[in-house]
Design a protein around this ligand. Structure first.
Ligand SMILES: [Zn+2]
Length: 238
């Protein structure tokens, strides 16, 4: 990749940090997103800007670090986040994944605490069929071994809930991983509301198949990106 292409990746990565902050996906602004540098064994990931007292609403390209696929720092003005192994283990195992999100989204995390799996409900739940696994491990994902626990739990799915901690989501692009994180939180919120009213009914297997295949699958992502992209506070300043 050219230097310009890597800079473009960093800009997109910084942007989704700002968008996910605006969307409330990380209480206390804690969370991070990574992206594979295509064709390499290198990964771009947020630096530990929390240690600077920084807010993710202002994430910029020089807050992004480069690490190798095993989590070893390569380049960056600050240290990469400690929980980088939640990202590298999934990226290493899954050639289809280009980007990973880790956040402590409130509703999805609550399902892990309760030990209740998130099921495919509502308009955005189809990609989570048959259910989102819960990893029964509540420590920080700050070693390669702990990263492998996340890798094994997420399997070939889009998301895993880490009990009493948060979630890990993935996608085939930076934007799509961000969309998965929002979809998971929206689905969890809907399931929580439905549970207050009665027994939640998952969407049909036919609808799951539709969402998971062909043009409908592409549209699941492409039709909503503009909605999330418009949440970037930097665009509103212009
Ligand atoms: Zn965490």
């Amino acid at each position: 990749m050219t230097t310009e292409q890597v800079l473009d990746l960093k800009q997109r990565l910084a942007k989704v940090h700002r968008i996910m902050t605006a969307g409330g996906l990380w209480p206390l602004t804690k969370g991070h997103v990574s992206a594979r540098i295509p064709g390499t064994d290198r990964v771009l990931i947020l630096g530990h800007i929390h240690s600077e007292g920084r807010n993710l609403a202002d994430t910029d390209v020089d807050d992004i670090c480069t690490i190798d696929i095993d989590g070893k720092p390569i380049e960056g003005r600050i240290e990469p986040v400690d929980e980088r192994y939640a990202h590298t283990a999934v990226l290493k195992a899954r050639a289809d994944v280009q980007s990973v999100v880790h956040c402590h989204a409130t509703y999805a995390t609550a399902f892990g605490i309760a030990g209740v799996p998130i099921i495919p409900v509502g308009n955005r739940g189809g990609i989570f069929a048959p259910k989102v696994p819960i990893l029964d491990f509540d420590r920080q994902i700050d070693t390669p071994e702990r990263g492998n626990l996340v890798r094994d739990a997420i399997g070939d799915g889009y998301a895993v809930v880490l009990k009493n901690h948060g979630v890990v989501c993935c996608g085939d692009s930076i934007e799509n991983a961000c969309i998965v994180a929002f979809a998971l939180e929206e689905t969890a919120q809907l399931q929580w509301l439905a549970t207050a009213l009665g027994k939640p009914q998952p969407i049909s297997s036919g609808e799951v198949r539709r969402v998971m295949t062909g043009k409908s699958h592409e549209e699941y992502f492409s039709h909503v990106w503009g909605h999330y992209a418009a949440m970037d506070p930097w665009d509103k300043k212009k």
